[in-house]
Structures are given as C-alpha cells and as structure tokens.
Design a binder for this molecule. Structure first.
Ligand code: WTA
Length: 630
C-alpha cells in the first residue's frame, strides 16, 4: 500500500517505507511508463557519497508528463496561464497542445545542434514557453539549467560557464508589474563572457527591440515554422541528468545541484499527489517562479506527471494592486493554493478589503514553502484565505532534496501552526546535537540531518563532487546535513527554525553572505565587508552589510546607493542590502575569522549581551559597531 487516505494509513505507510524502503519505492514506481524496468531499486553509500535509484531503468520523464495522458485527458487543460496584465486574455493549454508544443520546441533544439547530455540555459519569464523549454530539453535527453530571470548578467555568466551551456533560451523582454525588463540585452551582455554558447533562441513576449547577432541568435517563432510537432522521446537511463539548478552556498560560488531522471520523477509525482491530496480536475496554483526548485518540482514535473491542471502566473502579488492573487484565485476557481510566507506577510499588511472583494470558496487546500512561517502569518492565511476551514501544508524541503520532505498531508495530518509536522513516507530525519550525536528522544532541539536516501535527492554538485561531499556529508558522518536547525516537540512534530550556516533567506530566496560580500567588495571605495541576516517583517530576513571603506565616506547616502546598485548589477535586485553600516573595522579573532555572531546580534538590535569578546583582536571595534547600529 502506498496511497494515504487516513492518518492510520500514513502511519502504516510510513512504517513500511522505513522497514522496507525498496519495496515501498518499487511499488510507487510501478505507476509510471518505463521503457525498461530497473534492475535494482537502490544502491547507496553516504560516505562516498553515491546514490542510485532505479538503476538499469530506462524512461523519458516527458512521456510520463505528456504522452501517457493523451488517451485519457488529451483535451483537458494542462496549463492555465495568467498574464502579468489582468486585461490580457488567459491561456488554457490542453495536454494535447502541450505535447505538440513540447515536441516542436524539442525539434527546434535538435535543429540547433542540441544533443543528449548537452546543457541548455533557460533564462525566461513565467510563460508557458518556459515550461515547454524545460520539457523539450528533457524530451531529447538534454540537461536544462534554468536561471531565475531576476538575476543579473553577472549571475548568468557564472551559471552558464559553470555548466558549459551550448544554447541559451530567452525572450526579448519580460513583464514584472508595471516594469519591462530587457532580458535579451542582459543575455547579450553576459554572452561576451560565455565562450561555450553557440546559439541563442529568443521567444517574443514584450515586443521590445533587441539586437540579434547573426549566426548566433534566432527567433523562436521563425525556427518553429519549419519543425514537426512530433518528436520521439529519447530513452534515457534513470540516473542520467535531468537538470542542474544553482543554489547559493557558504562560499561565493553557487552550487549546481544535479538532479537525475528516474528518482526525481517518482518522488515529485508521489509527493505532489500525497501532500496536496490532489483530486482529478482540481485547479492547482503554485505561485513560485520556475527559476527555483519549487517551480521545477511543483509547477512543472510533479503536477504534469500527475495529470493535474497547473496554473502559471506571470505577475506579482502587488500589481495592479494588493488583491491580484485573490483576483486570479477567484477567476480560475483555484482549489489548491501554494505560496511563500514572505508573500503572505506582505499581503497581510494590506487592508483586508483586498481579500474580501473576491470569492475564495473554491480554495480547499493551502500551502507554504521557502522559510519558516511565523504563527501570525499562519493564522491570517488560515483564517482569511482558508476561511478557517482549509488545511495549511507547511512543506519543508530544499533545492537539494528535490521534493517535499517534512510536511503535513492535507486533511490527514493534524496541524500545528508554524510546524512542518511529520516526515513523508521514505524520509528518515535525524536531529543532531552539538557533538554530532543523534538525539533519539522527543522534545529536543538541534540540527537537522537525513539518514537514509530518498529518490529525488541531488546526486552531486555539477563538476565538484568533493564540494558536495564536504557541504552535505562531512558534518555528520554517514548522514545528509541540511544546514537547517529544528525542534522536535513532545509529539514528534518538527518545527524548522532556520539556517544554521552562512545562508540567509530573503523573501524566500537563498543568498550566500559570501556572495553578497564579494559583490560589495567590487566597489572601488570598499576595502572589506561582512554581511549577515536580520529579522525583517515582510522578507523574513533582510540583508545587513558592515562595510569598511579605504577612506571615510563623505557622502554616506550616495555611497550606500552605489553599493546597492553594484549588488543589484552583480547578483540581482533581490540581494541588495537593506542596511549598510560603515565601520572602521570588523570584529575578528586572532586567526582573522570574522565573529559573525556579534554582527548578527547587533543587526538584530540586541546589543545587550554580546557574549565573550575577549578573544577578539581589537575588542574596541565592537563598541564602535554597537554605537553606529542602524
Ligand atoms: C528553508 C525551497 C521552514 C530552509 C524549497 C531550507 C523552510 C531552505 C521551509 C531551502 C519551511 C524551505 N519551513 N524553512 N516549510 N521550506 N525552508 O533550496 O532553510 O530555495 O533549507 O528550497 O529554505 O531553500 P531552497
């Protein structure tokens, strides 16, 4: 048994999944189309680390997302697309149409020299063509690397070069509220430093004038004119690469997390159906961007492989006004609504009339992801969006995990506000103490690790297996370390308390402090900087930068502006520091290590007890920092 309808089912299924993981996952995997069944369900060694699921199995994930639905639901909507502009007509794309579109885009890629194993960068807004682009890569066994279209050219360069992408897929521009962003010109700027890129395929979205480089750039719609709308799926192995997706790390360089085909398909489908308890015909809306893992797993692959109706929204929650989400939810009679705590907090601040003017009775299940949700936001969401009747599934997971790990199951798991509750079948969490020992009882707090593999875990960091090992498998021997802290209460419920490493989560986006520091240091006036997170009402965490300049700045405000712009240019607007404090020194230990604990305390506004500062090289600098706190 793998289906869960009651809490007793959950307990039974969970027990089975731990006692005999291989039989459990083999049973789940039966529900897919395989060209060849696997030889072994699981081979693993967390010390290497090496993990293989469904080895010997052969498949194509797009046949499971598209082809297999044609007979049963070919004319059913697969994707509802809602524009940034409320006046523009929505698009309803059936499974059959999606199938043909994906085949056409796949043929376009082939015609432009893309072969199995080649990396393709997708730098596109929230339009159906972006989903087609991802699926088209998968169709022919190419590896997609989607880069969030809010990133700047600097971030794009790093990601294209790290993956060695051969082709870039983009659009002329994109809409974001009342702004038009010149995506193609950002690509042009990046490509001056990306020697591996041979072709750029440009879809039209905004009609913005763009430069097309002869021999390199081609218009998507021109290319599509000559291709067939049938494209046989390339059969790949379970462990062949499906995609690379970059996430921030503790050092400046982002990590290209590698996901493979078989396990990812099985796990995203299973968790999507289980957690949301998706029913045939329901309209499901995840507000994430496809540039993040949530968009990959729970806008595209999970819902489509489950034959669901998935809504893709191009716009933002605040434009034309703060009622936009609720307008879209009413318009498309959304049944399952999945968003981020940061969005909830910002919408909660707006007058309730923005919610009240819409009929949200269609909503049956609510979800959140990306960061810990505070109780206040949880209650507001539950009461005002869910009418006090809809379960809120607080899904804890990561780019690295590929799919939900700890989460309530809608209408089955008893909820507790701000708790991700219980592990899903197949997930074996461990809470570790300071000394690396697993805490075996309840009512404890520590660091969260996972002690057994699950099918959609990342297999490596692209091109750097050693870093994969060091980051995730060295802190606790034989276990995967998540980087998060957590509490397990008396009932065994998990509450995620946040990152315990140098990653901060700003409006749900992971940012490495080192990455922001190196962007700030690019400014010619800056000698050194240190970045920490601090609690922010809406964003969850804000970016607080301590900056040492070569000369004492005369025009502090101007310099702040320039530094913020520098960061926006190098990483993207999401990483701009909220606060910049100019200092003459940083609290460093004798070995030169910055004591971030102190900087965090000051940024939090807690200057009372900074703990032991006697090991500092120059304790006086702490007084200066305290005095100048913003
Ligand atoms: C955080 C997003 C608390 C956590 C899917 C994790 C959460 C990081 C939750 C991964 C949640 C995600 N409650 N914290 N429900 N979901 N996080 O890679 O710190 O963008 O390690 O994946 O977000 O972020 P990522």
């Amino acid at each position: 048994m793998t289906t869960i309808r009651t809490f007793e089912d959950y307990q039974q299924v969970y027990r089975n999944s731990v006692e005999d993981p291989e039989s459990f996952w083999a049973a789940v995997a039966e529900d897919f189309q395989w060209h060849r069944k696997w030889d072994t369900v699981l081979e693993w060694d967390f010390h290497k680390p090496e993990v293989k699921w469904f080895s010997g199995g052969q498949l194509n994930i797009t046949e499971n997302c598209l082809d297999r639905h044609l007979a049963t639901r070919g004319d059913q909507t697969a994707i509802i697309w809602e524009s940034n502009d409320p006046a523009e007509e929505s698009r309803y794309i059936t499974y059959r149409e999606a199938y043909h579109e994906v085949c056409r885009v796949a043929n376009m890629l082939k015609a432009n020299g893309v072969e199995k194993g080649d990396r393709v960068c997708i730098y596109m807004p929230m339009i159906p063509e972006t989903a087609y682009a991802m699926l088209a890569c998968a169709r022919i066994g190419a590896v997609h690397s989607v880069v969030f279209a809010g990133f700047s050219s600097g971030s794009l360069i790093d990601r294209i070069n790290d993956a060695g992408c051969k082709v870039v897929m983009t659009t002329d521009g994109s809409y974001r509220g009342d702004k038009v962003i010149q995506l193609k010109s950002i690509v042009d700027e990046a490509l001056e430093k990306c020697p591996t890129v041979e072709r750029v395929l440009v879809a039209r979205r905004t009609g913005t004038r763009v430069n097309m480089k002869p021999g390199r750039d081609a218009w998507w719609d021109d290319e599509l004119k000559t291709v067939s709308s049938e494209c046989p799926a390339t059969v790949v192995d379970s462990e062949d690469l499906l995609f690379i997706l970059y996430t921030s790390g503790s050092t400046g360089k982002p990590k290209g997390m590698v996901h493979t085909c078989g396990g990812y398909m099985v796990y995203t489908n299973y968790t999507f159906r289980t957690v949301f308890q998706y029913q045939e015909g329901q309209v499901y809306w995840c507000t994430a961007d496809v540039g993040w893992i949530t968009g990959h797993s729970y806008i595209v692959y999970g819902p489509l492989s489950a034959g669901a109706i998935t809504l893709m929204f191009e716009g933002v929650p605040s434009w034309p006004d703060m009622g936009r989400f609720w307008h879209v939810a009413e318009k498309h009679r959304v049944n399952i609504f999945y968003t981020a705590p940061t969005a909830i907090r910002s919408l909660e601040k707006a007058p309730l009339s923005y919610v009240k003017q819409y009929d949200l009775h269609s909503i049956k299940v609510l979800g959140t992801v990306g960061e810990p949700i505070n109780e206040e936001a949880w209650h507001w969401y539950h009461e005002h969006i869910g009418r006090g009747q809809c379960p809120v599934v607080d899904t804890w997971w990561q780019t690295e995990t590929g799919g939900f790990m700890i989460s309530p199951i809608a209408n089955i798991t008893k909820l507790k506000p701000a708790f991700a509750t219980l592990p899903l079948p197949g997930v074996q969490p461990a809470v570790m103490d300071e000394n690396g020992k697993e805490l075996m009882t309840n009512n404890i707090e520590g660091r969260l690790a996972i002690k057994f593999p699950w099918p959609s875990m990342a297999r490596t960091i692209y091109g750097d297996h050693q870093r994969f090992k060091d980051t995730y498998f060295s802190t606790f021997k034989g276990k995967y370390f998540t980087g998060d802290g957590c509490r397990r209460d008396k009932e065994g419920y998990y509450r995620i308390t946040g990152r315990v490493d140098d990653i901060i989560i700003v409006s749900g986006h992971n940012l490495g402090t080192a990455e922001i520091e190196s962007a700030i240091d690019e400014h010619s006036a800056v000698c050194e900087s240190a970045v920490v997170g601090y609690p922010h009402d809406i964003k969850g965490q804000g970016v607080y930068a301590y900056v040492i300049c070569y000369d004492k700045p005369h025009e502090e405000e101007n310099l702040r502006k320039e530094i913020r712009e520098m960061v926006a240019k190098i990483i993207g607007p999401i990483a701009k520091p909220d606060k910049i404090q100019f200092v003459s020194g940083l609290p460093k230990t004798r070995s030169g290590k910055i004591m971030r604990r102190i900087l965090r305390k000051v940024a939090e506004g807690d200057t009372g007890n900074l703990g032991d500062v006697t090991t500092l090289l120059d304790p006086a600098v702490v007084d200066e920092i305290k005095a100048g706190a913003l």
